[in-house]
Write a protein that binds this ligand. Structure first.
Ligand SMILES: C[S@@+](CC[C@H](N)C(=O)[O-])C[C@H]1O[C@@H](n2cnc3c(N)ncnc32)[C@H](O)[C@@H]1O
Length: 341
C-alpha cells in the first residue's frame, strides 16, 4: 500500500495508456486495412494525397496511447527505433502490395482465412447461424445437397449430422478445402461427401439440370462477382421440389454479433488467437467491400435479384447478431416453376 501511495502518479499514464490503447485498437486495424486495400486496389495508391492522409491518420491513432506519457513527462514505454522499425516494415509491405492485383489479394485473403476460419467455432453467433441454416434446409434421408463456397466444411458436417444425405462442397480456396478434407475425413471415405476445388460458377455450370434437392450458400454471396449468374445456376440445378437456403451479410459492423455472443456464451471463448485472426481478416473484407471485389448488397437488392432470376423467396429473417439486429439476412428460395406443379 505504501508503495502505491508513493507511486500512484506514475501509474496514471499507464492506466490512461491501456484505456486509450483498447479504445483505439479496432480503429487502428480498420485504418491499416483501409490503407493496404486502398493501395493494392489502386483506389488511393501511394502516389495520391489521400493515401498519405490516411497514412498520417493511422500513425496518429497508433501514437494516441502514448500521449499521457508526454503530458505526465514520464519516459515512453517504447523507443523511437521501434516506431521507425514498424514504419519501414509497413512501407515495405505497401511497396510489395503495389504489385499485387486485387484478385491475388482476395486469393491470399482466403488462403490465410482458411487457417483461421475455424476460430469461428468458438463464436456463438456463427454456431447459431450454421444451426439456423441447417434447420431451414430441412434435409431428409437420401437428399443430395450442394454447399456453395463450403469453406472448411462446417455447414457440410452439420448437415451430415442431421440426416443420411450426400453432400457436395465446392470452394475455390485450397487452404479452405484442405481444412474441410480433415474435418470430413470419414464421410469422404464413405462417399457421403465430396469436395470440389473450383470456382463455384464454373463448377455449377458443369452440373446437369435438376440434380440437387437442396443448395446452401452461407456467407458466400458477398464474395461472388456475378450473383445473377449464380442464382440462375442454382435455380437450374435445383430439383422442382427442392430449395435453396442463403445467408449473407447485408451490412458491416460487429457490435450486434459480439452482443449476441456475450448474451449466450462466455467472453473467455473470445480470447482465441484464431478468432482474433478472423476479426482482422473481417476488417480487410469490409475494406475490400468498399473497393469492389466484395459487396454487402442490401436486403432489397438481394431479394430483387432472386425475383429477377425466377426464384420465390420466403422465411426472410435476420441472423448473426440476433433475429432482429443481425447483420446477415437469411432466407430460402424455391424455383418459380415449382408453383406450377
Ligand atoms: C466466409 S467463407 C464461408 C464458408 C462456409 N460456407 C461457412 O459458412 O462456414 C466464404 C467461402 O467462399 C469461398 N469463395 C469465394 N469466392 C468463391 C468462388 N468464386 N468460388 C468458390 N468459392 C468461393 C471462399 O474461398 C470461402 O471459403
Amino acid at each position: 500500500m505504501a508503495w502505491l501511495k508513493d507511486n500512484w502518479q506514475g501509474l496514471v499514464p499507464w492506466l490512461m495508456f491501456i484505456v486509450i490503447y483498447i479504445a483505439t485498437f479496432k480503429l487502428a486495424w480498420k485504418k491499416l486495412a483501409d490503407l493496404v486495400v486502398s493501395n493494392a486496389t489502386r483506389r488511393h495508391g501511394v502516389f495520391s494525397w489521400r493515401f498519405w492522409w490516411q497514412f498520417v491518420e493511422y500513425r496518429l491513432i497508433l501514437l494516441a496511447p502514448y500521449i499521457p506519457f508526454l503530458v505526465f513527462r514520464e519516459s515512453m514505454p517504447t523507443t523511437v527505433t521501434k516506431i521507425i522499425f514498424w514504419w519501414v516494415i509497413l512501407m515495405l509491405v505497401m511497396g510489395i502490395l503495389r504489385f499485387v492485383k486485387t484478385e491475388r489479394l482476395t486469393k491470399i485473403l482466403w488462403w490465410v482465412y482458411g487457417y483461421m476460419y475455424d476460430g469461428l467455432l468458438n463464436f456463438y453467433p456463427y454456431r447459431n447461424l450454421v444451426n439456423n441454416v441447417v434447420d431451414l434446409m430441412e434435409v431428409e434421408d437420401g437428399h443430395k445437397v450442394l454447399e456453395v463456397g463450403c469453406g472448411t466444411g462446417n455447414v457440410m458436417q452439420s448437415l451430415l449430422d442431421r440426416a443420411d444425405i450426400i453432400v457436395v462442397g465446392v470452394d475455390s480456396s485450397k487452404s479452405m478445402i484442405r481444412q474441410a478434407q480433415r474435418k470430413l475425413h470419414h464421410s469422404l471415405q464413405t462417399n457421403k461427401s465430396s469436395l470440389i476445388g473450383s470456382d463455384a460458377l464454373v463448377y455449377m455450370k458443369s452440373l446437369p439440370s435438376q440434380s440437387f434437392d437442396r443448395i446452401s450458400m452461407v456467407n458466400f454471396l458477398y464474395a461472388a462477382q456475378n450473383r445473377l449468374e449464380i442464382w440462375a445456376e442454382c435455380l437450374r440445378i435445383i430439383k422442382p421440389e427442392g430449395k435453396i437456403v442463403v445467408t449473407t451479410s447485408t451490412e458491416g459492423g460487429s457490435r450486434p454479433i459480439i452482443q449476441e455472443h456475450l448474451r449466450n456464451a462466455s467472453w473467455v471463448q473470445l480470447v482465441s488467437l484464431r478468432l482474433i485472426g478472423v476479426v482482422i481478416i473481417d476488417f480487410f473484407i469490409s475494406e475490400l467491400a468498399k473497393a469492389g471485389p466484395f459487396e454487402f448488397p442490401t436486403q432489397d437488392v438481394l431479394l430483387a435479384e432472386v425475383r429477377e432470376c425466377g426464384g420465390i423467396y420466403s422465411k426472410v429473417s435476420r441472423v448473426y447478431g440476433g433475429a432482429e439486429n443481425g447483420v446477415n439476412i437469411i432466407f430460402s428460395v424455391i424455383a418459380e416453376d415449382e408453383l406450377k406443379f
